[in-house]
Design a protein around this ligand. Structure first.
Ligand SMILES: [Zn+2]
Length: 288
């Protein structure tokens, strides 16, 4: 049984994929520059908004994609030896490319390579980049090898079911891979983690989860009751709508095989993009 490397998963194209870390920040809240000369020339002191501002496109939403695990934390290991961490970063990279190609979004990856990031570090990154949406991407393992299909998770103190409670427990234990020097997180991050997640954020997360489920229906096999919730530590951003997507389960042979195929991952990323489009469209229309 050979273990898949990231290069295998990306079909050897990994080196050609551009992964921006900080490029999204620059464009954030980019208000067009209007010089005082412009105001004088156009005589717009009388209360009418300058045309350049009226016609200015709204700032692009910033999306943080968070491939689960990485580095010394492999995540789940599939029945054929596939590492969850490689599936996660391959799919997130492909989704990033799709979203960036649309010109509608700025996308930041929490990790672009095979490195370990503590859970609080992922939340902190989302805040630092002023993300409008946070999507953690996984393909974990369950104790039941016959269970398969995609599912979407939001934050809640009470788990929706026992399976999800166990999943959250496994996910939350990822920090056990942190070395002694990395175990501590800055106090401000702890404050964020401990703060109550705002109601508005909860609503946004629920809408995004529903949007992904709608988009996956009839295209991607879904888990029974695919919309679930539990106390996932990585979803504890106080003011950023956050979801965790399980694209399938490494514990299921069929899911594992499917996730190794670029064509299947393309179906997932296209469905995810549609869900993201629908979420921001509803937000622009004031429907969220
Ligand atoms: Zn995971």
């Amino acid at each position: 049984m050979t273990k898949l490397t990231r290069r295998h998963l990306l079909g050897g194209a990994a080196s050609g994929v551009l992964l921006a870390g900080g490029d999204a920040l620059a464009a954030r809240h980019g208000v067009p520059h209007v010089s005082s000369t412009h105001f004088k020339k156009t005589g717009l002191h009388g209360g009418q908004a300058p045309a350049v501002l009226r016609g200015a496109p709204p700032p692009k939403p910033i999306i943080m994609l968070d491939p689960g695990h990485g580095g010394k934390d492999p995540g789940a290991i599939g029945v054929s030896g596939t590492y969850e961490k490689h599936i996660a970063v391959a799919t997130a990279t492909e989704l990033r490319n799709l979203l960036m190609a649309s010109g509608q979004y700025n996308v930041v990856l929490s990790r672009k390579d095979d490195r370990f990031i503590p859970l609080a570090g992922r939340v902190e990154l989302a805040h630092r980049h002023k993300a409008d949406l946070f999507i953690s991407m996984h393909a974990d393992a369950l104790h039941q090898p016959d269970v398969r299909g995609a599912s979407v998770y939001t934050l809640s103190g009470n788990a929706s079911d026992r399976q999800t409670a166990m999943l959250a427990e496994t996910e939350n234990s990822a920090d056990r891979f942190a070395g002694p020097g990395m175990a501590g997180v800055p106090p401000d991050v702890e404050a964020i983690l401990d703060s109550l997640v705002r109601e508005e954020t909860r609503r946004g997360s629920a809408h995004m989860a529903a949007s992904v489920i709608r988009s996956f229906q009839n295209r991607i096999q879904l888990l029974h009751h695919p919309s679930r919730h539990a106390a996932f530590r990585v979803l504890k951003s106080g003011d950023i709508p956050s979801i965790l997507v399980e694209m399938g389960f490494m514990s299921n042979h069929l899911d594992e095989q499917a996730l190794r195929r670029a064509t299947h991952r393309a179906q997932i990323t296209q469905a995810m993009k549609q869900a993201i489009d629908s979420y921001f469209l509803r937000q622009r229309k004031g429907m969220l």
